[in-house]
Design a protein around this ligand. Structure first.
Ligand SMILES: [Zn+2]
Length: 692
């Protein structure tokens, strides 16, 4: 390109250089914020740059490159990860569990190198992170590929996911330290490190999952691995992962003499390198450093499970080589798990924010690695039985990283007499409603709609967009309602008065009025929304719609038996049981009574069983002119047919709009009947269903 511009074609030079300049500034800001923790520009300035770049890229889509900071938000979901072959295998390290084994490692190295025992070897000590090992490949300084370690030889290509992690530079020329002694960015380099989650973010993700009724992660490591291996990289982008880099794989055009030089170069190129690195003159210094961190590690904002010790000289590393997939020149020292023995005083059952009942062991206080512990989780009923934990038992408990202490095992020899076995209560210890444990699930839950333990989560769900859609009543306001005792269940929203809201903190008259209005408007919500809003376990939007269309009113759903519920399309025995149990609760009856009193008792036209459509599977493809996709699916449902998104030999009908692509081709090849949007609308009319 003779213009000197990065971009081909129709992008004016001044725009091209503005884009380049903004990218440089944003990448630099990310580096300072996420790697150095020393932000230089304000959030507002950062947002302004980001918006400007977004605008420019929208206007000139051909200017979008993989190293643009706009590419950190995640890409369209994948169905699977492609395998990724590591150019240089990512070996695993042998382990050492005490100081003697570290000394033995030192002696082995010397023996192999033919050195006498008195000559010291220089080592580099680094923290051993508890996360997911990944590799990043840069060509010309641009991130081109990222992969998991896998079995060391082949991992998974997760480039899109790693790109969303802001501590990972996308363009090394933008993050490189500008200093004469910083090594130049090599033409090719593969950088290795560990993707981790810090404790705060781990807690935030678990809280969010609890509210959404999703299983929580057991520890930050699992959460990091689960986040980085998401097929939908947009989810990865929402998790605040970070990555510490600690080594290189294949590289070209750069020379190193020691491992420490590599670490310094990584820092110079803009990677996040952990500051707690020690160059130890001999193995005794290594042991001292390891002892120092045994307690110091408790104060880190992330988990480590040990220390990695590497021979510093790359020349010696080469001479030592590797044996059976592990290098001879490195070892991982693992800190022992922190265990202690104590006695169980009580097994208490706690109710979480989603109604999950968790048995918790209340114990004689005991010190575990400097922390006094008096409670430990027993996870769930099955775990208690598997470990056979009973009150008065002597137990071994363990603390590991951020995880809540847990009971490892019972010291059976110390059991006195025959204490009673643990049983999960069948009523909620907080609200007294029934406890349900669905078939195949480990967790027992309280089904009470007015359970104080769950009120916050239930209210957030009730008011959410796909439920009653009460805009203007967000989690912060709901918290105030709850904390001030204004609401105890969802129906209480409808008896709130403006005089009750105005005195609340940060409440102007205008926003109080908006809240009241939004609550008022939500009274018009249809039956499917109301059923969904009640937050019945296993009842999502689709099931709520099936129930609404089958029964036509809340009263009819409430009066249906478990067997009748199970007859509804798409509803299996587990869901039927859950629905029946929910409506069986006194609290539910009371809430429904209050809702009805407030004027909320929607009815829905029951689903028709039309001859033309009943039981058929219909797929829409291409652009519709008169119908939105949502409306079309709703019509299909009303007619007794089932909308589907993929064409197979079980498809009965394909409605093809403008620019229909592969689905239409597939339908034709399978001999599935294809009709136009107008033909579909005509059929709907024939079936006697109104299109509004
Ligand atoms: Zn309860």
């Amino acid at each position: 390109m003779s213009t000197g511009s990065l971009f081909e074609g129709g992008i004016p030079n001044e725009i091209a250089s503005e884009i380049e300049d903004i990218r440089k500034r944003i990448n630099r800001a990310n580096f300072l914020y996420y790697v150095k923790d020393q932000p230089e520009i304000s959030d507002a300035e950062y947002d302004r740059l980001m918006r400007r770049l977004q605008d420019l890229e929208n206007e000139y889509p051909e200017a979008v490159t993989p190293d643009s900071p706009t590419q950190r938000v995640g890409a369209i979901p994948q169905t699977e990860f492609a395998p990724y072959q590591h150019a240089v295998p990512m070996l695993s390290l042998a382990n050492a569990f005490d100081a003697d084994e570290l000394q033995a490692f030192d002696e082995r190295c010397k023996r192999f190198l033919g050195m006498d025992r008195e000559t010291p070897i220089e080592y580099v000590c680094e923290l051993k992170f508890d996360g997911l090992a990944c590799s990043l490949t840069y060509r010309g300084g641009i991130l081109v590929a990222g992969a998991t370690r896998g079995d060391g030889f082949q991992g998974e290509n997760i480039t899109e996911n790693l790109r969303t992690i802001k501590a990972i530079p996308l363009n090394l020329h933008h993050s490189r330290r500008e200093s004469p002694d910083a090594k130049a960015v090599p033409p090719v380099v593969e950088v290795r490190g560990e993707v981790i989650l810090e404790h705060d973010e781990f807690r935030r993700i678990n809280e969010e999952r609890e509210i959404n009724g999703e299983p929580t992660f057991a520890n930050p490591r699992n959460a990091a691995a689960g986040s980085v291996r998401q097929l939908d990289s947009r989810i990865t982008a929402r998790r605040n992962l970070t990555m510490f880099c600690y080594g290189v794989g294949a590289y070209d055009g750069v020379d190193f003499d020691t491992h420490y030089e590599i670490l310094c170069a990584l820092g110079d190129w803009g990677f996040k390198v952990n500051p707690n690195i020690k160059v130890a003159g001999n193995i005794d210094e290594v042991v001292a450093y390891m002892n120092e961190w045994e307690t110091k590690k408790e104060s880190l904002p992330y988990d480590i499970d040990g220390m990695v010790v590497k021979v510093n000289s790359l020349d010696l590393q080469t001479r030592l080589g590797s044996v059976s997939r592990s290098p001879r020149w490195a070892i991982a020292y693992k800190y022992p798990a922190h265990q202690a023995t104590t006695v169980i005083k009580e097994i208490r059952v706690q109710v979480g924010r989603t109604g999950a009942l968790t048995p918790v062991a209340i114990m004689e206080p005991v010190e575990v690695s400097g922390v006094t512990v008096s409670r430990a989780t027993l996870h769930n009923e099955d775990e208690v039985h598997r470990k056979d934990v009973r009150v008065s038992d002597t137990v071994v408990i363990q603390r590991a990283g951020e995880v809540i202490p847990e009971v490892v095992e019972v010291v059976k020899e110390k059991r006195v007499g025959d204490p009673e076995e643990f049983t999960m209560p069948d009523k909620c210890p907080v609200c007294g409603a029934d406890v349900e444990r669905a078939e195949g699930e480990a967790v027992a839950r309280c089904v009470g709609i007015a359970c104080p333990a769950q009120i916050r989560g239930r209210m957030i769900h009730f008011t959410s967009r796909n439920a009653m859609d009460i805009d203007g009543v967000g989690p912060a306001l709901l918290d105030q309602f709850i904390d001030n005792g204004l609401i105890h269940d969802p129906a209480d929203l409808y008896s709130l008065t403006i005089d009750q809201i105005i005195p609340l903190e940060r409440m102007a008259k205008k926003s109080a009025e908006n809240a009241i209005n939004a609550i008022e408007v939500s009274k018009n919500a249809n039956l499917s929304r109301l059923i969904y809003a009640l937050g019945i376990r296993h009842v999502g939007e689709r099931t709520a719609a099936s129930l609404a269309q089958h029964f036509g009113s809340i009263e009819a759903v409430r009066n249906a038996s478990e067997e009748e519920l199970a007859e509804v399309q798409d509803i299996g025995p587990v869901v039927a049981r859950s629905v029946a149990k929910f409506f069986d609760q006194e609290e539910t009856t009371e809430v429904l009574r209050k809702l009805k009193e407030a004027g909320i008792d929607p009815t829905e036209e029951a689903r028709r069983e039309t001859e033309e459509f009943a039981g058929k599977t219909i797929v829409f493809t291409g652009a519709m002119e008169k119908l939105t996709r949502e409306k079309a699916q709703e019509l299909v449902f009303k007619l007794g047919a089932n909308p589907s998104s993929s064409v197979s030999k079980n498809t009965d009908l394909v409605v093809a709009g403008d620019k229909a692509g592969s689905k239409l081709e597939k339908a034709i090849s399978l001999g599935v009947k294809v009709i136009s949007e107008d033909e579909f609308l005509e059929m709907v009319k024939q079936a006697g269903v109104e299109i509004d």
